[in-house]
Design a binder for this molecule. Structure first.
Ligand SMILES: NC(=O)c1ccc[n+]([C@@H]2O[C@H](COP(=O)([O-])OP(=O)(O)OC[C@H]3O[C@@H](n4cnc5c(N)ncnc54)[C@H](OP(=O)(O)O)[C@@H]3O)[C@@H](O)[C@H]2O)c1
Length: 322
């Protein structure tokens, strides 16, 4: 079968490690299911994998891709949930210390076929296209959990989304808006600020700008570069929900005094559960919100999609179809 995979990683020149070629089709172990993929989407995670981050040599060759949607062997239309927990784990799989993301331990979704535990299949609503469904399992699910599970954000509240250009950030803006939340966003780039407003942000500000008033919650993916501003932007008792630290994990000023004095809450968030993925798919149906897709290419042209993501010249997701 055709697949985009890696047999050696390259920290300096990740795209040189990408191969798009034939791989053996997988056998299906007891309790697992095969999905014939119709669409799969790219994440920064795939670029990190090419660099060897989270993907040691002993796990290679590895097919890349966390996100996909397709048909199972019974012909059901399914979305593939990317968080694979230990078979003995019970409860919220994002809390399983032995969980992995598809393409970290198990072969990924940038291929004709992928196998996952049967419990990782989520029905795809007919109202979502294959391409839209394939965007949900990582960036959009992460945004959903940040807002509604960890952040407990309510309609009518105001949130700040830092770094409006990112995949998670754009999902946060669209989902927050659809849920009746007033969304403010920051970006270093004027074009991205304009697009944030087009996506549903009420207002967009330069990174670090003083806001008209303090917000109920901040959604953090940028990390060190925006942390101090995030803490200073919160009302007393407000929450920072953080799922990533693109600019670094050690802010110059952690603002600890402000955190305890204003009784702020710092909430970590990672991916989401199978149930949350199902609710996210339903929420898109009922709200009409759809993931913004930048580029659709056949899997044969995966290299072009990786190059686009690596260049930073994307607004929304890069999707490969079969
Ligand atoms: N925990 C999880 O489950 C999970 C899931 C998905 C992603 N993540 C993490 O979440 C983060 C966001 O990922 P992503 O793919 O959505 O977006 P991304 O491409 O990593 O970028 C996010 C945004 O960060 C801002 N940024 C980057 N460097 C900056 C700097 N030095 N100063 C200020 N802003 C800076 C940029 O905003 P502007 O250019 O607009 O200013 C950019 O659009 C990543 O760290 C990723 O690993 C975590």
């Amino acid at each position: 079968m055709l697949a985009a995979f890696v047999t050696r990683t390259d920290a300096d020149d990740p795209l040189s490690a990408l191969q798009v070629a034939e791989r053996p089709a997988p056998d299906v172990p007891e309790g697992w299911a095969r999905v014939r993929l119709k669409a799969a989407s790219l994440n920064h995670h795939d670029l990190w994998s090419l660099r060897g981050v989270g993907l040691p040599d002993e796990r290679l060759p590895m097919i890349l891709g966390c996100d996909g949607a397709g048909l199972d062997d019974d012909g059901n239309e399914v979305i593939v949930h990317a968080v694979i927990s230990d078979p003995d784990w019970k409860g919220d799989e994002t809390l399983d210390p032995r969980r992995s993301l598809l393409s970290e331990l198990h072969q990924g979704a940038l291929a004709d076929e992928v196998i996952v535990p049967k419990s990782n299949l989520v029905p795809k609503p007919a109202g979502l296209s294959w391409e839209e469904a394939a965007c949900l399992p990582t960036a959009w699910l992460t945004a959903y959990r940040m807002l509604f599970t960890q952040g407990q954000v309510l309609p009518g509240q105001t949130i700040l989304v830092q770094g409006a250009g990112g995949g998670v950030a754009t999902a946060l803006i669209a989902l927050g808006r659809a849920a009746g939340v007033r969304v403010w966003a920051t970006s270093r780039d004027e074009g991205k600020r304009t697009r944030a407003v087009q996506l549903g942000a009420d207002r967009a500000f330069e990174s670090g700008a003083r806001l008209p008033e303090r917000v109920d919650a901040v959604m953090e993916t940028v990390g060190a570069a925006t942390w101090s501003h995030s803490v200073k932007s919160l009302k007393s008792g407000g929450a920072i929900v953080i799922c990533g630290a693109t600019s670094g994990a050690a802010p110059k000023n952690a603002e600890l005094n402000r955190i305890f004095f204003l009784q702020l809450r710092v909430l970590g968030s990672t991916m989401g559960t199978r149930e949350e993925l199902g609710r996210l798919a339903n929420f898109l149906l009922t709200s009409g919100v759809r993931p913004r897709i930048d580029t659709v290419l056949p899997l044969e042209r995966a290299r072009e999609g990786f190059e686009k993501l690596a260049s930073g010249d994307v607004v929304g997701k890069v999707v490969f179809t079969r």
